[in-house]
Design a protein around this ligand. Structure first.
Ligand code: GNR
Ligand code: NI
Length: 171
């Protein structure tokens, strides 16, 4: 397992890509393992493959707080097959948009169908932070960032901040 660099803004060329469905083979399992190690190292509670620059529909999630009770979830080709009408607001952040946090409203509960690390079909009913995190990661697979769910004013401001920081860094 290897910690890999995480792609951040302003690299929208990568982060906006639509990820492709994946077959759960040995290569996919290796990518899952690198994603998990990178996520724990960051640290974060979720990671999508595109954040490592790989446009495949794979994500990992672990919302457990204690290192002793680690419960990683590996999902390939996840699909939301049901979402609650009730919404929930969470303060979200993203490893690809460091040090920026904003409230985002999403369905409070979702049912997700996916292939696990062994390529077996699974269905999970998620609520609370887990539901939010899974939706945030599935957004990544579709080139969507959490800032797409906030006001255009706030989004433009943060995108500009990262563009400027990269410009100055290159001087
Ligand atoms: O580490 C993360 N925390 C988080 C907090 C609230 C809602 C979503 C997330 S996901 C984020 C890691 C990340 O960027 N995953 O794509
Ligand atoms: Ni993210």
């Amino acid at each position: 397992m290897t910690v890999r660099p995480i792609i951040t803004l302003p690299d929208e060329k990568t982060l906006r890509q639509l990820s492709r469905p994946v077959a759960v083979d040995q290569a996919a399992r290796r990518l899952f393992d690198d994603m998990l190690e990178t996520m724990y190292d960051a640290p974060g509670i979720g990671l999508a493959a595109i954040q490592l620059g790989v446009a495949l529909r794979q994500l990992v999630v672990d919302i457990s707080k204690e290192p002793e009770t680690k419960k990683p979830l590996f999902m390939a080709n996840p699909e939301i097959v049901w979402e609650s009408e009730t919404l929930n607001v969470y303060e979200e952040g993203c490893l690809s948009i460091p040090d920026f946090y904003e409230l985002v409203e999403r369905p409070a509960e979702v049912k997700v169908r996916y292939l696990d690390r062994n390529g077996e079909g699974q269905e999970l009913h998620a609520s609370g932070l887990l539901a939010t995190c899974i939706q945030h990661e599935i957004d990544h697979l579709n080139g969507v960032l959490f800032i797409d769910h906030i006001s255009k004013l706030k989004r433009d401001r943060v995108v500009k901040k990262f563009a400027k920081a990269a410009r100055l860094g290159k001087l």
